[in-house]
Design a protein around this ligand. Structure first.
Ligand code: ADP
Ligand code: ZN
Length: 510
């Protein structure tokens, strides 16, 4: 094995977990491999493909990804083939010919193809050494990327009962892990659980108020390339255009572009023709760029798994990297509504996953600790490399400040959005403010001495603590809760965290 590692791949030592996983697979044992993105999962099945006679089958969810994987194998001299629904029957026939003549070491196959009965029967005639299920979290309802085709993979076990299965994934919480084991009927599997910690990534969450300005401010202070995730194609196009106008070499990537356009954007980013990529979640699986210095989330991701996977694309070279999440309470309310009104039986699971993500964004405790505990990797230490650790929240007596905000909301007849409340506090007069006569109320301009972000932060805290409500059925207008009355009357002592004006003050990664 060490010889193959050196001769074929040119590496002198195994990464954590690789050797033992490969040994188990060669000993015909089932394995469950949890390694972070970039941890070196591919080698776990590529080496068995060379070290034994049997063919290694790799189930992979994306056609584009399969093509890359085949090319990577061929580049180091592994005989690799692929079968997916894009091939004609003749082409598939040709691949079978190669398999029968033992010309292939490894075959990448799309799940829907594998599950066709005649395909499975033909595999029974061959010597299959290992079935590797890549992105194995796709088999589980509890995962964040469930795929119907993957669900059926348990059938493979029935047809090829003596072939060991290796399930690989970068992200799986406890429920998902158990479900993978169950769905694939893994038998007394050897589990390799790599640490989920990515210590070189500095996590920061900032209140989102003027996202474009915040992003520009952040980029200005940093070198190297970065990815900016948005949750809609429209947003991607908009942000990419604006960043280009401001002189950044910036690409766009989403599922609305043609395959060629996407491939071109990906290549340009890979070779540093582009310094920034604005993208939807469509950008990611299979990108192989190690020197991404930062990942910015313009919008809140739908789950911690997605967030972890997306931020995990930063700093794969092990050098300092950053993850910045721009968080607005209002976005959260909107996404939650999308999930609720969406179709499908998974709504409950998705809502729960989203609630966990939202809590992460709102947490006042070490970000890394929240992440690791989410993945059931117990951690009780402060990481020292996230916004909360680097700048722990301090509290202050906030009665007077809160009263300013709440009475402003009240005087705006509970019809103003957070943005408009901030405009009024700051004493600015855009058309809407004048139209509603908000420039005439007594709280107009009482918050001039603090920056916008300060007020947004206070408003968010008042929402979190149950004094304000965001009504998404009224365009996000703020209204007072029952508890707000006590604050306005001044009948109790209110503590709030001193707002951290994060983006501008975030230090460079050290
Ligand atoms: P994953 O599939 O887990 O995201 P990959 O298998 O793509 O990760 O591996 C990430 C990178 O690490 C690749 O460039 C790979 O060649 C490299 N790599 C894998 N194993 C080793 C090793 N033992 N030593 C050095 N580099 C390795
Ligand atoms: Zn921390």
């Amino acid at each position: 094995m060490t010889k193959i590692l050196a001769d074929t791949f040119g590496y002198s030592t195994f990464r954590v977990g690789q050797e033992i996983v490969i040994e188990q697979a060669l000993a015909k044992k089932d394995t469950l491999v949890l390694m972070p993105t970039g941890g070196g999962k591919s080698l776990c099945y590529q080496i068995p493909a060379l070290a034994q006679d049997g063919l290694v089958l790799v189930v992979s969810p994306l056609i584009s990804l399969m093509q890359d994987q085949v090319e990577q194998c061929r580049a180091v001299g592994i005989n690799a083939g692929l079968v997916n629904s894009a091939l004609t029957p003749e082409q598939i026939q040709a691949v079978f010919g190669q398999m029968h003549r033992h010309e292939l070491d490894i075959l990448f196959v799309a799940p829907e193809r594998l599950l066709q009965l005649n395909f499975m029967e033909r595999l029974q005639e061959l010597n299959i050494g290992l079935i590797a299920v890549d992105e194995a979290h796709c088999v589980s309802h509890w995962g964040h990327d469930f795929r119907q085709d993957y669900r059926m993979l348990g059938k493979v076990r029935e047809h090829l009962p003596y072939v060991p299965i290796m399930a690989l994934t970068a992200t799986a919480d406890l429920a998902t892990r158990e479900d993978i084991t169950h769905q694939l009927s893994l038998d007394n599997a050897f589990v390799h659980l790599a640490s989920f910690d990515r210590p070189n990534i500095q996590y920061t969450v900032a209140s989102k108020y003027k996202p474009l300005d915040q992003i520009v401010e952040f980029i200005k202070q940093r070198d190297g390339s970065g990815i900016i995730y948005c949750n809609s194609r429209k947003k991607v196009d908009e942000i990419a255009t604006k960043l280009n106008q401001r002189g950044y070499r910036c690409g766009a990537y989403h599922a609305g572009l043609t395959t060629d356009e996407r491939a071109q954007a990906q290549r340009d980013f890979q070779v540093d023709n582009l310094e920034l990529m604005v993208a939807t979640v469509a950008f990611g699986m299979g990108i192989n760029k190690s020197n991404v210095r930062f990942v910015i989330h313009h919008d809140l991701p739908r789950s911690i798994e997605a967030y972890y996977q997306e931020t995990g694309r930063a700093g794969r070279d092990g050098l300092p990297a950053e993850a910045l999440l721009l968080f607005a309470e209002r976005d959260a309310a909107r996404i939650q509504e999308w999930i609720e009104t969406g179709e499908g039986a998974r709504t409950e699971v998705e809502l729960e996953k989203f609630a966990a993500m939202q809590k992460f964004a709102e947490a006042q405790t070490c970000r890394r600790q929240v992440l690791l505990n989410y993945f059931a990797q117990y951690s009780d230490t402060q990481c020292g490399n996230c916004d909360v650790c680097l700048d722990p929240p301090q509290h202050f007596s906030a009665l007077e400040i809160a009263q300013k905000v709440l009475s402003c909301v009240y005087r705006m007849r509970q019809q103003g959005t957070a943005n408009q409340v901030v405009e009024v506090l700051k004493g600015r007069k855009p058309a809407k403010i004048i139209e509603f006569g908000f420039d005439k109320i007594s709280t107009f301009g009482i918050g001039k001495n603090k920056p916008d972000e300060y007020w947004f932060n206070i408003i968010n805290q008042l929402v979190h603590q149950g004094f304000l409500r965001i009504d998404i059925t009224r365009y996000g207008a703020l209204s007072l809760t029952e508890a707000a009355k006590d604050v306005l009357r001044g009948t109790f002592e209110l503590q709030l965290a001193v707002p951290r004006l994060t983006v501008v003050s975030t230090r460079k990664a050290t």
